[in-house]
Ligand binder design. Structure first.
Ligand SMILES: Cc1cc2nc3c(=O)[nH]c(=O)nc-3n(C[C@H](O)[C@H](O)[C@H](O)COP(=O)(O)OP(=O)(O)OC[C@H]3O[C@@H](n4cnc5c(N)ncnc54)[C@H](O)[C@@H]3O)c2cc1C
Length: 961
């Protein structure tokens, strides 16, 4: 077959022998989207030598940025019957040849309130005319099948829609093409063509991985570059009339629907809802653009899509949207001045010989659903030119399944779980949302075409779940560092790129859970992992540990004034502690554990004096109480300051140091320049990477080595948490296992660094240091943080000793007030009962946007849910204009409750809105804790200050200095 190809005569006009790679083929296909990959397969099956060059990874253009719908054609039946016919024909073919890349979800067209009956009639006729099978379904049946759809729909029709995973499809196409002799070059960008007279005889590419120039000679070039088609054609001096149209889509975190839901009306914005894998995708919009790389999503698009999807599935705008993205439709319609949805969805194969350029074909327009047909028609033209008579066989040849045992229509996540638990490649779970294990990453790095973390994402769906890489990005980057022996700088670069790109897709959706997730990522990457470069200065106040006599708990329970503290984060716990020490009867009410499970084990206070100089900063009112807060904490858990004074340079999880003021709940040490550091990791544990930490330290000039120890036989363990390791090390056998393995490998180390999981008991850390005979330090790991839980546990015990009543799992749903004064809190307990706790003062320490003390919605409103207190400093424009890891304060950080000097909430005129109500901690406005390095400082200062002010107001001033 190969002999049939009549290759054009190729001149050698371009430079040779200069270290560039030179290749030869029959056909060069430019573009590795569905169409280009389909061409690579089709031509290879016909025996033509073919090279597919793609400037990114496979399907990084429109094919990876689409809606995921395998069209039945129903959407186009009325306006564009030709395209509808192509869709239904190809739909049926793809079901046969690529079942593993598809899910047969079926589709429903629903007639929603407000949509006209006449379209429905025209639609039914049009579907029948092009052969799209439709079946009328009763409203009751449709609702039974899809309970989320609008109960007021008037009609529903079933069609053979489905969903399609374009990455699975592209990989199958590449595999099938390569099996037939085709070749795929990813990260190869075509920059120019080699011409002989009016004939294209080759192209020059840049290998974007290493910058190398690659020259390829060929008989024919096929331009399958989707929305880039006009740009690529221009390289050969040819004009193509593309009409690009950008469309946005939103992915919800779960499958709200299991059937493709289409609105039965003329196609418009936000009228298709597609279940794709583990999520459901709604869209789209249609915005004319000139730029094929224009993947912006604007706020109005998000609002439009949500409000339109509401019509099909009421209430959906309150669900969690995971991500927004956009793609550019490669529409082609040279004759009609049509834009966006008006332009036809059919495709065209253009032989540019008509414009005087030989050996050059473009294939433009179409849908992902019709990629095979587009490839077939373009390959027919190419073969005719090459003199190849072999017919197309792709309509009857099955594509290879990704794995021999992969089952068609098998729900992906369930399939993965099955494999992780019982079958192939068990191991530590690196991405919990998408169930990606460490061995899967190792395999992809060894065998796949994987360069960046984003490539891993496309291959394995890493980082595509609800946390959007918040946890797994660090794990995958550090694992990759070890496995491919990369540099620390490049690893940090890839990590930052991945996190920012994931964040980019969440940015238009920063309200509710997504905002909380972004703030958590900021905290994890900025503080615990030290990936953000900013390292705020620490200037703690001089504080002398004091001993105080606290009133007898029994006596206080009977006589003290009652104060209710709401919230069990550091601010609430400190307020409760200080109020109890000052003689109050305290009841602590909390829905959860506050933010201590993400506390790194150290105390940051920031540059207290400088920050207090800003009148909006909480320190401007409460800095004077910081020493009291620090003392309260010291009495409970013991704060240690660096021996040399100044600030600690605590090691973060990336090995970078961060300035902190005190150790609390963790063993900290600043390294000396002559220290020899041994970093100890735990074999096959996913939350700490000793080689990466040691590499970062070596980069910074330290003598540092890494070892891994084995704590027990962990065959099959894939989701071990920091608390599991800490509990093991609290037991004699765990402690013994650790010291036995580390001691012989000290090799002159002057300090041993461990992940911060060295037990919950202080004696465990002391015993380890004793047994090793060298100082130790702890490095924070991913949450849940063991040092944070140590702190939480110690504070709870201290409150218990002081007779503080602690009610956990209860939600405060309102305040009881009389004559402008708070007299109690209304709570709803975990079992749904409501009651009022009467008291003389309330301290609200419910946290901010992360903790749930402030709530947000997609209309960019911020509300305080307990008492509807006025929220100040809500940003007008973009809430998060800076990159996530930029280390810059984002406007939304400053939103919160403004107070007077006593920490009572005030209105816009500066007047207290309620008496005997005090605010503490992150609920306050006017500061940016991670960036200013004052997270714990503000909690301690305002917790202590609020307690003092509450007791002063009640008249219990004896102990309040
Ligand atoms: C918002 C939206 C929703 C959609 N929804 C659906 C849907 O649900 N169902 C459906 O069937 N279709 C849908 N489509 C249409 C479908 O996605 C596209 O028609 C299809 O993916 C186009 O595939 P392609 O291979 O032609 O182009 P692309 O996938 O864009 O591939 C072109 C490739 O060329 C590469 N390239 C460009 N220039 C160069 C160069 N100089 N050198 C090397 N490589 C280069 C690019 O990197 C790119 O990967 C949607 C499109 C959009 C925008």
């Amino acid at each position: 077959m190969r002999g049939e190809a009549k290759l054009g005569i190729i001149s050698r006009e371009w430079p040779r022998g200069t270290g560039m790679a030179i290749m030869e083929t029959d056909v060069l296909v430019i573009g590795g989207g569905a169409t280009g990959a389909g061409l690579g397969w089709d031509l290879a099956l016909r025996g033509v030598r073919v090279v597919v060059a793609e400037m990114g990874d496979l399907s990084t253009g429109t094919s990876g940025r689409y809606h995921g719908l395998l069209h039945s054609g129903g959407r186009y039946a009325v306006k564009d019957p030709e395209s509808a016919k192509e869709c239904i024909d190809e739909n049926m073919i793809l079901r046969r040849i690529a079942p593993h890349a598809l899910e047969d979800t079926g589709g429903l067209f629903i007639l929603c309130p407000g949509d006209g009956d006449e379209y429905a009639e025209a639609w039914l006729k049009a579907c029948a005319a092009v052969g799209i099978p439709t079946r009328a379904v009763s409203v009751a049946e449709a609702r039974k099948r899809e309970p989320a759809i609008n109960p007021k729909i008037r009609a529903a029709y079933e069609v053979p829609d489905g969903s399609c995973d374009s990455w699975d499809l592209a990989h199958a196409l590449q595999q099938a093409s390569e099996q037939a002799g085709g070749k795929f070059l990813t990260y190869h960008r075509v920059d120019s063509f080699h011409m002989e007279g009016n004939r294209i005889v080759g192209a020059r590419m840049t290998n974007l991985r290493n910058g190398e120039t690659v020259d390829i000679s060929c008989a024919l070039v096929v331009n399958a570059t989707g929305p880039w088609a006009a740009q690529v054609a221009a390289l050969a001096g040819v004009k193509i009339g593309m009409r690009l149209s950008r469309g946005a889509m939103l992915a919800f975190n779960v499958r709200w629907v299991n059937t493709v839901i289409n609105r039965l009306r003329s196609p418009g914005d936000g009228d298709i809802f597609v279940p794709v894998g583990t999520v459901s995708v709604t869209g789209t919009t249609s915005v004319p653009t000139d730029d094929p790389g224009d993947t912006r999503v604007e706020r109005w698009e998000v609002e439009r899509i949500l409000s339109e999807t509401e019509v099909m599935t009421p209430g959906i705008s309150r669900a969690r949207v995971l991500r927004a993205w956009a793609g550019v439709r490669p529409l082609y319609d040279p004759h009609v001045e049509a834009q966006g949805r008006e332009a036809a969805r059919t495709f065209s194969v253009l032989d540019h010989a008509a414009e005087g350029v030989e050996g050059f074909i473009s294939v433009v327009g179409g849908k992902l659903t019709t990629f095979r047909l587009m490839a077939e028609k373009a390959a027919d033209v190419a073969c005719a030119k090459l003199g190849v008579s072999a017919p197309c066989t792709t309509a009857t040849t099955a594509l290879p399944a990704p794995e021999p045992n992969a089952r068609p229509h098998f729900h992906q996540l369930r399939g993965r779980l099955d494999r992780v638990e019982h079958g192939k490649m068990p191991g530590p779970l690196i991405c919990e949302c998408e169930l990606v294990t460490a061995p899967q990453i190792a395999e992809a790095l060894q065998t796949g075409d994987v360069v960046t973390l984003n490539d891993l994402r496309r291959d394995l769906r890493l980082g595509m779940g609800p946390c959007q890489g918040g946890f797994c990005a660090y794990r995958a980057a550090a694992l990759r560092y070890e496995l491919v022996n990369d540099t620390v700088e490049h690893t940090q670069e890839l990590l930052a790129e991945f996190v920012e790109r994931r964040f980019g897709g969440v940015k238009p959706l920063l309200w509710g859970h997504n905002l909380r997730q972004a703030l958590l990522a900021e905290h994890i990457y900025g503080r615990m992992l030290g990936v953000t470069a900013a390292d705020p200065v620490q200037r703690p106040p001089a504080f002398e540990p004091e001993t105080i006599e606290t009133p007898d708990a029994g006596q206080r329970r009977q006589t003290g004034p009652k104060v209710v503290v709401v919230g069990a984060g550091l601010a609430g716990l400190t307020a409760a502690l200080v109020a109890a020490d000052l003689g109050a009867r305290v009841e602590l009410v909390a829905a959860g554990q506050g933010a201590l499970p993400v506390h790194p084990g150290w105390i940051e206070v920031g540059d207290v004096e400088a920050l207090a100089g800003d009148e909006r900063h909480p320190y401007a009112r409460a800095a004077s109480s910081l020493a009291r807060g620090l003392n309260a904490l010291h009495r409970v858990i013991g704060l240690s300051a660096p021996e040399s004074g100044g600030a600690f340079h605590a090691l973060t999880g990336s090995g970078r140091p961060r300035q902190v003021a005190f150790a609390a709940g963790s063993v900290l040490r600043s390294l000396r320049s002559d220290d020899k550091v041994l970093v100890v990791g735990i074999d096959r544990w996913r939350d700490f990477y000793a080689p990466f930490v040691a590499g970062t330290l070596r980069n910074a000039g330290y003598d540092a080595n890494a070892i891994d120890i084995r704590l027990h036989e962990r065959t099959g363990v894939f989701d071990e948490w920091p608390v599991d390791v800490a509990n093991l090390l609290d037991r004699p056998e765990g402690l013994d296992m650790l010291t036995r393995q580390v001691k012989p490998r000290l090799d002159g180390a002057t300090v041993v660094a461990f992940p911060a999981v060295l037990g919950f008991r202080a004696t465990t850390r002391a015993r380890i240091a004793d047994a090793l005979g060298v100082p130790i330090l702890e490095i924070p790991t991913l949450p849940p943080s063991v040092p944070g839980l140590r702190l939480f546990g110690a504070l709870k015990v201290a409150l218990m000793e002081r007779g503080v009543q602690q009610t956990f799992g209860a939600q405060v749903v309102g305040l009881a007030c009389e004559q402008g004064r708070v007299t109690g809190v209304n709570i709803q307990t975990a079992n749904g009962r409501t009651r009022t706790i009467r008291c003389e003062a309330v301290i609200l320490a419910t946290g901010g946007l992360y903790g749930g003390g402030l709530e947000t919605n997609y209309r960019q409103q911020i509300v305080e849910p307990v008492a509807n207190l006025p929220v100040s400093q809500t940003p007008e424009g973009d809430w998060f204009p800076h990159p996530l890891l930029s280390g810059q304060a984002q406007p939304v950080h400053f939103a919160g409750i403004a107070t007077d000097a006593q920490l009572r909430p005030i209105d816009e005129n500066g007047k207290p809105v309620l008496d005997r109500l005090y605010i503490a901690g992150r609920l306050l406005s006017g500061y940016s804790p991670v960036v200013e390095g004052c997270t714990e400082g503000v909690d301690l200062a305002t917790g202590a200050h609020a307690a003092q002010e509450a007791l002063k107001a009640i008249g219990e001033t004896a102990r309040v200095s």
